[in-house]
Structures are given as structure tokens and as C-alpha cells.
Design a protein around this ligand. Structure first.
Ligand code: DGJ
Length: 740
């Protein structure tokens, strides 16, 4: 990064202050926020408005200087007041009632982090009021990711109210730009939506309060060269790293630009900044790739594994979770049997889900006991120690489900501390799941201690617990903190997540090694705000293999396989009631972090044998799946009758190829899938995993060049070669490719 000297040419500043689009002046102080393959140029001339010049493919210093001197540039962080007709990133009310900001650059500095990152801070100061905005740009050069965020500082003596406080802004040149976003709902998360950006405002937002990704994701991609392509085309990706309410806006106005803003959703969250206080917005992570959407995914996945996910570069254990197997029917014999079954199939971990706790109020269904985290000894006479002992004997690890941010009104906790729940004064609380669920007020430090204590007590008493499934099954339904003062009620959504962060920081400081899954009625917490503390997410409560292809496809755009918990479950499926053969269920689950969510007792001998074999085979491909680069090949959303993708390891020595038929018609013609990401000059030997066919595929054990596989691909049979009574409508293949 280089910083040039400011020579103080005032005319361009005047133009900039008038909010005009203009070529940068020749004496501008240009800051180059560079990564290995990308460049962002900013004009940070002191005394002038901070201007955005360029973001895209890496450019050399000569180009950078010429671009800076000749390119039409933009306000890098539009603020409200002196150009009121535009969308803005920040707006405030000063103590005297003035609603405007007028910011100029007053300094900048760059520092290096120990993790290879570099952080540039550019300070802008209001021309009249004692109010500052610090603009942060942190680069991860090897991953081509830039995190942007801001800090608003009230240097005055009286409170300033923040009305808008976006993390970042990016102008995107109008052309044939298409937006990819992820909408959905419970059991149908991360549905991919692709659309051209047209005139008007596109808003993607969440107001669930506690969790935030069931209805829409805080991540989007912009394909700059027309209809989104997977492995070609200039593409931008952006992810707001925040666990609470968010708002992404894309305003396409009468100019040549789409204006993209991302940040906390300010709705009902006006924030009062007292004297000397500052407000830090969550990071907006962005990347650019000329290799299409999959290129953006690969950048995000690498950055996330290396910098943003707890134990992101590690491998995850293969587990059995008890939920769909027994639901609330927890008892010692049942848990013992399930542990024996998963151990016999080669699994490594057993997770006891909901239903194990509550003394006065036993947790037999979802209407009682949240908050009372003591083991129900009627169900588990030997307690957690008994289960840990049993797991040890079977050579597997043990994990446990909790939902510590919540309570039921039928619980000892609520009886003792009704003041701990989120609820407005003078109102009865609206109740959630089970007709009694409420959300605890994490703005309250005593509640923070309580929630920390749930985990602390478990992990102190039972240090051998290896895994926690942390659930959150309610949004914030009642706006009102019994802890915050009357004039700070609009801080609730923000203070909730600050409290959550404090709790998680304490947990991770004391228990750095435990694996923690973020579940929120399925995929309600798929966001980079929580992942520094969590190892993985439960993608969805819907475990139907066909629908999972669609949901995992969407989720994979920003989140790597290592965090995508993907479980083999029963047929008919408990959510869709679709009957899908075990082979297909396995082949889909093996594209993420493989697990099982089933009662093994109800499985046939043949199904058990298939799963045992799959677990053994998954162990051989686990590093490639969980740490490899993704190449999406044929989208299920394209309706071509087949979906296909692959993972390739860092050195292009190993790859795993997935092919799932998504529909079946007689005399159907499916496209041949051309592979991607291989080394054209290496020879790859093909081996089919999870084979059920009577005969091996014609190319089993044969070698092909990467060049051939990427220009032609293999001819995958449309059906399985099995005995007549085993024929069905489903077909799928998983191939491992090994270079030699
Ligand atoms: C919702 C989760 O998504 C499920 O997996 C399960 O843990 C239940 N909660 C338990 O109540």
C-alpha cells in the first residue's frame, strides 16, 4: 500500500463536497488497498471528501496513478445532509438538531497484522461538528478479501443520535449486472435467486433480532458480465459479518451506477452516542474474481477457513445426532444403543439433542424447561458422566445440545427471574415455540453471566464433552428490554448481539478447543458474524436429500463444506415425506460435513452396510471436501435434470466429483458434465465411491488427463446397474480422482 503526499489542490475538493462525480485531481493522495489479485483505489486527500476510484483486477502502480488521475470517482461513504436526494451510509442528529454531516479526510495510517492482514484506517472529520468517522479497510492479500467497516466517534460534549450507520458502500458500474441472493424460510433455507439489476431499490433485510438467516442471507454476488456464470466472468461477492438485524440496499438511480450499501438494520435501532463514545459497525467482507461465482466462493472459503471460522482449517468428526432418531425421547438405554450403533459404523462422535434436562419440569416436549440446564436423572440415572463413560468405552466422543439464550415461561429460571426475559413494560410477552418460549435479555450483564454459566458449568463438570450444539429457536418477538433504561430501548437489538459476543468471547477464551455448532431452527444462523466462535452451522432442519442439494448449493456460495453439517436421515424423510434410497441420501450428505440423523435401530442391514462403507470412504476424501476448493458445475436451479459440483485440493492432486440426478423421465437426455479446477497436465485415476452397481463403471480405475476431463468430462450412466427389484427413480455418483 502506498500513500502519496497531499499538495492541497482545493478546487477538486469543492467539487467533491458538492457531491459531484468528477475525475480525481492530479495531486490527489491515492491509497491503494491491494490484495494479490485485486486493487481498490481511494482518494484520501486531506481536507477533501474520501473518494472511491476503482475496485477490480489488480493494477500496477503506473496504471493506478493514471486511473486515479483520469477516472470519474465517487463519494466513498455517502453521508446525509448536503446532498439529500441520494441514499446514504450514515446519518446523524447533532445535539443542536442539525441533521447533516459534511466530512473531510483528516488522516490515514496502515498497520500490519500478525495474520498477514493489513489494515488501513482513514479518518474523516466533520467540518463543523466534533464528529469523526474512521473508515477501516483490512486486506487479506492471499485470499483477495477486503473487510470494510466504520467507527463513528462523538468527540463532543452532548449526545449524538446515529440514524443510519452502514458498514460499507460500493458503487458498481451499470452494465449487464446480475444479482445473486439467497432467500428462504425454515426448512427451505438459502434458496438461490438470480435477477438482473434494474432501476429502483432492491432491499435484502432481516429483523428477526436474535438470529438472522432464515428469510434471507446477508451475502450477495454481483455478476458484472451478464447472466451469472460459475467459472467465468467478473464477479463481486459481499458478506455482512453480523449476527443480528441487517439491511443490504442496492439503489439503481438515474446515474451510471448501482449503489450498494450494507450494514446493521437501523429500523427501530436509533443509537445514542454519548460524549466521547464511539460506535463500531460490523465488517462487510468483499472480494472480486474474474472466475465467476465459484471464483468468489473459493476466495470466501479460503478467507473464512483461515481467518473467520473457529478451527476453520481443521477437519470435523463424523457424528450421529439423536434428534430425528428419538426426538425428545431421551433415555440412557436409547443413548447407549445409538452410541454403539454409530461406533460400529465407524463414526467418531455422538450428539445427544434436546430432551435431556429439567428437574422440576422435565423437558418432554418443547413447552417447558429451557433455562433449567440440570440433567433429568429420571431419564439419565447415571447423568452426563454415565454417557461420557459409555462413549469412551465405545471409542467415540460425546456432544450435547443446549439453547442457552432462551427460556420457557414454564421453567424454574422464569419463576425465579421473570425480569431476565425480553419484554416491553406494560405488556404481556408474546410467547414463541411450544406456546411458552421467550428470549433472554442479553443486554443485561447478569443474563450474560447466566448464559456463559450454562456452558461453563457443563464444560467444567464434564471436561470430556467434545461438541456443543447451540440452538436458538425464537426471534425477538417483544421489543423491550427490562434492563436498558427508557431512553435506550432502541439499543436493544444491538446490545443483544454485543452481549452475545461477550458471552462467546468468554467461552472461547476458556474453552478454545470444544467444537460448537450454530443451529437456529436449522439454518437461522448462517452468517459470518457468529463463525469466529462456531465451528459449523446446521444448514437446515430439512434433511431431505433432494431439497438439500438446492439449499447446500445456495449455502456453498459463501460457506465452505467444513461448516455445512449435512446428515443422512430416514426415509420417508420427516420433513418432505419423500422416500429417497440410501445411496442417494449418502451421496448428498457426503458433499458437506458428513453426519447421521437417524435411528440406526430402524435401518436395514443393507442400509447399515452402505453407511459403514460410506463413512470409511468419506474419511479418505474428508480433507479434500472440507478443505478443498469448490467448483460448481451444473446448477440444480437450471432445471437440466442433473446437478454437479466438485472439490479440488490445493495442489490439484485430489478431487471429488458429485453428480446427482434431480429428476427422472423416460428417454431423458442429460448434459455431460465438464469438470473444472484440475491440472490439465496431470493424469487422474477415477474411483467410484459408494458403488451399488453390479459392475464397476467402464472408467473405474482408469486414468484421464485433467485436460480431457475439463474439456470433455466423463459419460456418467443415467441409471444404476442393479437387480430388477432394486431399480428406482434415483441416481447419483461420487467419484474420487487421484493424480499420479
Ligand atoms: C431445532 C433444531 O434445528 C433441531 O435440529 C433440534 O435440535 C431441535 N431444535 C430441538 O428442539
Amino acid at each position: 500500500m502506498s500513500i502519496k503526499k497531499n499538495t492541497g489542490n482545493i478546487l477538486p475538493c469543492l467539487l467533491a463536497m458538492a457531491g459531484m462525480l468528477m475525475p480525481a485531481h492530479s495531486n490527489a493522495e491515492t491509497i491503494n488497498i491491494g490484495t494479490q489479485n485485486t486493487t481498490m483505489l481511494l482518494d484520501a486527500t486531506e481536507g477533501c471528501q474520501l473518494r472511491f476510484i476503482y475496485y477490480g483486477d489488480a493494477v500496477g502502480t503506473d496504471d493506478a496513478a493514471t486511473i486515479a488521475a483520469t477516472t470519474a470517482n465517487h463519494d466513498a461513504y455517502p453521508v446525509y445532509g448536503m446532498s439529500t436526494q441520494r441514499e446514504t451510509a450514515m446519518s446523524v442528529t447533532h445535539p443542536d438538531g442539525n441533521l447533516t454531516l459534511d466530512m473531510v479526510v483528516t488522516g490515514s495510517e496502515t498497520t500490519s497484522g500478525t495474520d498477514g492482514s493489513k489494515t488501513t484506517v482513514i479518518t474523516t472529520t466533520d467540518k463543523h461538528y466534533p464528529f469523526e468517522i474512521k473508515h477501516f479497510y483490512r486486506t487479506y492479500p492471499a485470499n483477495d478479501v477486503i473487510e470494510m467497516w466504520t467507527e463513528a466517534v462523538n468527540n463532543g460534549k452532548k449526545p449524538v443520535v446515529l440514524r443510519e450507520y452502514a458498514s460499507g458502500y460500493l458503487p458498481i458500474r451499470v452494465g449487464n449486472v446480475h444479482l445473486t441472493s439467497f432467500a428462504g424460510s425454515w426448512a427451505n433455507e438459502a434458496k438461490m435467486v438470480e435477477e438482473p439489476l434494474v432501476h429502483g431499490m432492491k432491499v435484502i433485510k432481516n429483523k428477526d433480532g436474535a438470529r438472522n438467516s432464515h428469510t434471507a442471507h446477508a451475502e450477495v454476488m454481483f455478476s458484472l458480465d451478464g447472466k451469472p456464470q460459475e467459472n467465468t466472468g467478473r464477479t463481486l461477492g459481499a458478506a455482512l459479518c453480523y449476527s443480528g438485524n441487517y439491511r443490504l440496499r442496492i439503489d439503481t438511480d438515474d446515474s451510471d451506477w448501482h449503489h450498494f450499501f450494507a450494514g446493521i438494520n437501523e429500523d427501530n435501532s436509533a443509537y445514542t452516542l454519548d460524549k466521547g463514545e464511539s460506535f463500531v459497525t460490523p465488517p462487510l467482507a468483499i472480494t472480486y474474481s474474474d472466475q465467476g461465482k465459484s471464483g468468489v466462493s473459493r476466495n470466501f472459503h479460503r478467507w473464512a477457513r483461515e481467518h473467520r471460522i473457529a478451527h476453520g482449517t481443521g477437519l470435523r468428526k463424523i457424528l450421529l445426532n439423536s434428534w430425528e432418531g428419538v426426538y425428545f425421547d431421551i433415555n440412557e438405554k436409547g443413548m447407549d444403543d445409538m452410541m454403539a450403533d454409530i461406533a460400529a459404523m465407524g463414526g467418531e462422535l455422538f450428539v445427544m439433542d434436546d430432551g435431556w434436562f429439567g428437574q422440576k419440569y422435565p423437558r418432554n416436549n418443547d413447552s417447558t424447561s429451557l433455562g433449567d440446564w440440570t440433567v433429568d436423572t429420571r431419564k439419565l440415572p447415571d447423568g452426563i458422566n454415565g454417557l461420557l463413560e459409555a462413549a469412551k468405552k465405545k471409542g467415540i466422543r460425546f456432544g450435547i445440545w443446549i439453547e442457552p439464550e432462551m427460556a420457557n415461561t414454564v421453567s424454574e429460571l422464569y419463576e425465579q427471574h421473570p425480569e431476565y426475559i425480553i419484554k416491553p413494560t406494560n405488556r404481556e410477552a408474546v410467547l414463541g415455540r411450544g406456546g411458552t418460549q421467550v428470549v433472554l435479555d442479553l443486554a443485561n450483564p447478569k443474563v450474560q453471566d447466566l448464559v456463559f454459566g450454562v456452558v461453563d458449568t457443563l464444560l467444567t463438570n464434564y471436561p470430556e464433552i467434545d461438541y456443543i450444539k447451540w440452538d436458538a429457536n425464537a426471534p425477538i418477538m417483544n421489543h423491550g428490554s427490562q434492563y436498558l433504561p427508557a431512553d435506550r430501548q432502541s439499543h436493544l437489538y444491538i446490545e443483544y448481539h454485543r452481549g452475545f459476543a461477550k458471552v462467546m468471547d468468554r467461552i472461547r477464551a476458556k474453552y478454545p478447543d470444544v467444537t460448537i455448532q450454530a443451529c437456529a431452527s436449522g439454518g437461522g444462523r448462517a452468517n459470518y458474524g457468529i463463525l469466529p466462535w462456531f465451528d459449523e452451522i446446521w444448514v437446515s432442519d430439512n434433511t431431505d436429500a433432494l431439497q438439500r442439494i438446492y439449499m447446500q448449493w445456495g449455502t456453498s456460495h459463501f460457506f465452505p463444506a467444513v461448516i455445512m453439517a449435512s446428515h443422512i436421515s430416514a426415509a420417508p424423510n420427516h420433513q418432505t415425506f419423500r422416500t429417497i434410497p440410501m445411496k442417494y441420501r449418502i451421496d448428498v450428505a457426503m458433499s458437506g460435513r458428513l453426519g447421521m440423523e437417524i435411528q440406526p435401530k430402524n435401518m436395514t442391514e443393507e442400509e447399515i452396510a452402505l453407511c459403514k462403507n460410506a463413512i470409511e470412504e468419506y474419511k479418505t476424501i474428508r480433507p479434500t471436501v472440507q478443505q478443498g476448493d469448490i467448483y460448481r458445475l451444473i446448477s440444480p436451479y437450471d432445471g437440466k435434470g442433473v446437478a454437479s459440483m466438485m472439490y479440488v485440493d490445493e495442489h490439484k492432486d485430489k478431487a471429488v466429483f458429485y453428480w446427482w440426478k434431480t429428476e427422472t423421465f423416460v428417454n431423458q437426455h442429460l448434459p455431460r458434465v465438464v469438470m473444472a479446477g484440475l491440472d490439465p497436465d496431470k493424469m487422474y485415476t477415477v474411483h467410484e465411491l459408494n458403488r451399488i452397481d453390479n459392475k464397476p463403471l467402464p472408467f473405474e480405475g482408469k486414468s484421464f488427463s485433467g485436460r480431457y476431463l475439463m474439456s470433455n468430462g466423463l459419460e456418467i450412466p443415467y441409471t444404476h446397474d442393479v437387480d430388477y427389484h432394486k431399480l428406482n427413480a434415483w441416481a447419483s455418483r461420487v467419484l474420487s480422482l487421484t493424480a499420479h
